[in-house]
Design a protein around this ligand. Structure first.
Ligand code: IVH
Length: 675
């Protein structure tokens, strides 16, 4: 393709994406890929002035409005923002501002604020009364969404002692992360399509024909611009206008700060990047604005964006890649989890080759198929996931992927309960399950058998020495010593460790057995209530339900588990090798963390995130999602979130190594901290 063809192709492609994004609220590529197309087009247009076209999509903002809502001509156009992607580009922007003003860059003051990933809205007030609200549209003409906006809780209908005449308040309509999760849970429960991200959720919720539907959605509005038509308020600084908006009752960004000079401004923009996951809204960058309004007026605007503001876009957490295959893994409870095998892509600094698809319904809802181009997201310390497939109109797709009817490991039929979203392999002898069970059985959160990790479990299974957890207890030194990587010493050590685990209290054994839905908290309550395994195994469903923290789901799971033939045999064998199977008096858990906030980041061995939080709560503590000055300590597991660790360091909150989590639970304190 030559440059002219490439320009034509880029213009067509960008137009197509604009329409998908702005008109249908259904983007087909991640924002970062879109930005790359626009950048490429602008670069080519700059290099080849002969292709210049005032109507090029590179010169316009957004897409023309659809015809569902009445068109509204904005009093003043809604501009967009130019983007920069790193310190050097941001510094260059500040220098350009300074040069244009004939000032030193160091003398400039900036406001640095979050770039909220929602959709722009302009609300017009006349004599302090809200009269109209409109979306951006193409920047000149937007859509009238007044009735819907009247239902947004933090949009004031009247402004106390507002000046006479017209003014416009502009800002972003968004869904807070928590509200987005709740909305999707609601959509799921009603069998309706989930939204791919908070921005789509907000757009879909605002552009509803029926205001009652908008009203039922938890939309918020954050104000970041006061267009003072007629200039009656005569502010000197932008930040004063924001303070005025806050006095009128608008939500404004609490994280916004005023910074003097370039280094402080750069540092604050990086702060937003580090803390992006700690904010209540989804952000895709920071916005940096010259604070002094007189300087802004002198800087002016280009056709699409002001020169006095810039967006620093963060590295994308979403990327497109090719989906090679969909496979299913079997966990220790037999749960069958579909996952995507991907052509590896680097996202936010790490290579992603696998991504979860959660369950059968998720694959169906997203309709991803082998061979598809897919959007992959990796945000913070969460497991990478597939967001959606990218539409490729001219590509022939594979038929819809079907969830296997049988276990890919053992061939046993897979079962899905009536109101469950998960599918299970119920064969207790399934090699995948046995392997995961053994690993779990020996893990730190369970029986903590030192020297029996993933690798050795694999080895014991491969040579056929072990088929079930109960087999561990008949292992002899002479069986192990000849194996690769073992010697007399380590064989003796392991046999001893295994034998020592038989004195573990019942609560730990219950955790180790890996009964579905039974985590450390429920295990402890059950063990304390019944005292012995025998009593637990005899308990009726009703009695199980009377145990604190045990609801019908856990009760049924335990009731069923203890009656399985396989369990009966296993427990008999464990009793034979002298397993204690009782909860000694006095293991009642003390409130070791009473009133303390323990933040957990990264993966902890033997605990899922929920279990870790429950364990803290069970000891009287709380486990909030973010670090503050009130945080007691931050427990750092595998692949921790960088922002939580950095924040803890900034605030002087102790960092506790994840391998000491149990010590923390037991004693309420720790012996060593991380640097
Ligand atoms: S100021 C004339 N501030 O980002 C300046 N925009 O990519 C207009 N956005 O159109 C925008 N957070 O929809 C501004 N703190 C913020 C923002 C923000 C999000 C959106 C807004 C804008 C788009 C540009």
């Amino acid at each position: 393709m030559n440059a002219a063809q490439r320009v034509a192709w880029l213009r067509a492609e960008i137009t197509r994406h604009n329409e998908a994004y702005f008109v249908h609220d259904a983007p087909v590529i991640p924002d970062a890929d879109y930005d790359a197309l626009v950048r490429e087009l602008r670069t080519l247009e700059a290099e080849h002035p002969e292709f210049a076209d005032a109507n090029s999509v590179s010169q316009r903002v957004g897409a023309p409005s659809s015809n569902v809502f009445a068109p509204v001509r904005h009093d003043e156009p809604l501009q967009s923002l130019d983007n920069v992607f790193d310190d050097a580009e941001l510094r260059a922007w500040a220098q350009r501002c300074a040069n244009a003003l004939g000032l030193e860059a160091e003398s400039l003051s900036f406001v640095v604020e979050p770039k909220i990933d929602g959709l722009a809205l302009s609300i017009t007030y006349v004599n302090g009364e809200m009269v109209q609200a409109a979306t951006r549209g193409d920047g000149i003409v937007g859509e009238d969404v007044t009735d819907n906006v009247r239902t947004i809780h933090n949009v004031p209908a009247t402004l106390a002692s507002a000046p006479e005449g017209r003014l416009a308040v502009r800002g972003e309509v968004f869904l807070a992360k928590e509200d987005f999760d709740a909305l999707n849970a609601h959509q799921r429960a009603r069998g309706e399509r989930e939204f791919a991200n908070p921005r789509n959720g907000a757009a879909g919720s605002l552009r509803q024909k029926d205001p009652a539907v908008s009203a039922s959605r938890p939309l918020s509005f954050l104000a970041y611009q006061l267009v003072d038509i007629g200039d009656q308020l005569a502010f000197t600084w932008y930040h004063e206008s924001i303070d005025q908006l806050a006095r009128w009752g608008f939500l404004t960004a609490g994280e916004s700060t005023r910074e003097h000079g370039v280094p402080a401004m750069l540092a604050r923009s990086r702060w937003f990047e580090e803390h992006r996951h700690d904010l209540v809204y989804q952000i895709d960058g920071a916005v940096i604005k010259v604070d002094e309004l007189a300087l802004r007026a002198r800087l002016g605007s280009t056709s699409r964006a002001p020169r006095w503001a810039i967006a620093r876009k963060f590295p994308p957490e979403e990327r497109t890649t090719r989906l090679v295959a969909i496979e299913v893994s079997i966990g220790r409870t037999g749960r069958a989890t579909p996952y995507a095998v991907l052509e590896p892509v680097v996202i936010a600094g790490s290579t992603v080759a696998l991504a979860t698809l959660h369950n059968q319904d998720q694959v169906a809802a997203k309709d991803v198929r082998p061979g598809d181009l897919v959007i992959v997201r990796k945000a913070g310390d969460v497991i990478p996931e597939i967001v959606a497939a990218v539409a490729e109109p001219n590509r022939h797709r594979a038929p819809p992927w079907e969830f296997p009817a049988t276990c890919p490991v053992c061939g046993h039929p897979l079962t899905r309960g009536a109101d469950e979203s998960d599918t299970y392999c119920l064969n207790p002898r399934c090699p995948a399950r046995v392997r995961e069970q053994l690993i779990h059985f020996a893990s730190r959160g369970a029986l903590d058998i030192e020297g029996l990790g993933e690798q050795r479990v694999g080895q014991l299974l491969d040579v056929g020495l072990v088929h079930d957890v109960a087999d561990l207890f008949s292992l002899r030194v002479e069986d192990l010593a000849p194996l690769e990587g073992f010697g007399d010493l380590s064989a003796t050590g392991l046999v001893r460790q295994i034998a020592a685990s038989t004195s573990a209290p019942l609560s730990r054994l219950l955790v180790a057995l890996g009964i579905r839905h039974v985590g450390p908290v429920a295990a402890r309550e059950l063990a304390r209530h019944f005292g012995t395994y025998e009593a637990l195994a005899r308990a009726s469903l009703e009695e199980l339900e009377t145990v604190e923290g045990v609801g019908p789901v856990i009760a049924l799971s335990v009731f069923t588990y203890v009656r399985l033939d396989d369990t009966v045999q296993r427990m008999a064998r464990l009793a034979d090798v002298g397993f204690s199977m009782r909860e000694p008096e006095g293991t009642a858990r003390a409130a070791t963390l009473a009133g303390r906030a323990v933040v957990v980041t990264g993966a902890l061995t033997g605990f899922t995130r929920d279990e870790a939080e429950a364990a803290v709560v069970a000891r009287g503590g709380t486990s909030p999602g973010s670090v503050s000055t009130r945080t007691y300590c931050v427990v750092v597991g595998e692949s921790p979130g960088a922002s939580k660790v950095t924040r803890a360091r900034e605030l002087g909150v102790p960092l506790v190594d994840g391998t000491h989590f149990e010590e923390l639970l037991r004693t309420g304190t720790w012996t060593t901290t991380l640097a």
